[in-house]
Design a protein around this ligand. Structure first.
Ligand code: BTN
Length: 292
């Protein structure tokens, strides 16, 4: 394998003890269709009903990378990090609602440690529910896929992070993008990124498993790209406009609704706030933007 790619021994040495159980389940691929698809295939082939140990699937390139809402995730060799973590929980799917936000926070924290930038508007931030942004441009995304059996919830946590995108990428994608090379001025070594991510995910998922999303609310609201801003949420063909008021104790998005004149309306929901569990968020341009 080339220098640019991951040295498995180095990766295993750098993992914290909490990941001892993950080491036998570490699977590196030069190329695969999708690390999420591979994780789901492995899950299907496991017959045991007891809590299976976690596994991680990391590829240098994906030929059919999956994004949210059925989109393709561009996965050129060495242009990004493509990783899926398979974790099983003795919890019902409802109790896992905030998990994708916790994963976003873990990615944020790992990047902050690695590239030393964040917690200010100019740096890295999170867009509810699953986007990692750099200066408002998409730096990475998270795709969770859940399978339930009689006793357990199995979650495939797919993470895609842009490392060094091809120069013509903006003409191929429908949104502005950023990569880590642009932030640091050099290529971030995948092995360093993977260990930082796995170690942070290990710690945060353990807290989430015990205590749910509540301990993460403040952390999330601190790095939320749109807190206090005018936003628009699209759910299929329905649009809701409002001021983002952050997330609640199960990771739902809270919006203060606006009427057609852009004036806050307290007519709906508890405390005048509307709560959402999914959808596509975008900023809106209004004169009354940035009200705290
Ligand atoms: C998004 O659309 O924002 C989510 C993108 C998630 C991409 C990652 S790359 C690793 C894993 N394997 C996939 O096929 N998708 C996820």
């Amino acid at each position: 394998m080339s220098e640019k790619w991951i040295n498995e021994e180095r990766l295993v040495r750098a993992l914290e003890p909490v990941h001892a159980g993950l080491v036998p389940g570490l699977c590196l691929f030069e190329a695969i269709d999708s690390t999420n698809a591979e994780a789901l295939r492995r899950l299907k082939s496991m017959q045991s009903s007891r809590l299976p140990p976690p596994m991680a699937f990391i590829a240098r390139t994906q030929t059919a990378g999956r994004g949210r809402r059925g989109r393709e995730w561009m996965s050129e060799p060495d242009a990004g990090l493509y990783m899926s973590l398979l974790r099983s929980f003795d919890l019902v799917p409802d109790a896992l609602q905030g998990l994708s936000l916790v994963v976003g926070l873990a990615v944020y924290e790992a990047l902050k440690t690695l590239v030393g930038i964040g917690e200010e508007r100019e740096g890295i931030s999170l867009k509810w529910p699953n986007d990692i942004l750099y200066q408002g441009c998409k730096l990475g995304g998270i795709l969770l896929e859940l399978q339930r059996d009689e006793a357990l919830s199995h979650v495939v946590i797919g993470i895609g992070l842009n490392l060094d995108l091809p120069p013509d990428v903006d003409s191929l994608l429908d949104r502005p993008t950023a990569d880590l090379k642009q932030i640091t001025g050099e290529r971030v070594e995948p092995v360093k990124l993977v260990t930082a991510l796995l170690n942070q995910l290990g710690r945060d998922i353990a807290v989430f498993e015990e205590e749910g999303f509540a301990p993460f609310i403040e952390r999330w609201n601190r790095v939320d790209a749109y807190l206090g801003k005018n936003v628009r949420l699209q759910q299929d063909s329905k649009w809701t406009e409002g001021i983002s008021r952050g997330v609640d104790s199960s990771g739902g998005l809270l919006l203060e609704p606006l009427n057609d004149d852009g004036v806050t309306s307290h007519a709906t929901g508890e405390g005048g706030l509307l709560r959402f569990e999914g959808g596509e968020l975008s900023p809106t341009l209004r004169l009354n933007e940035d009200r705290e």
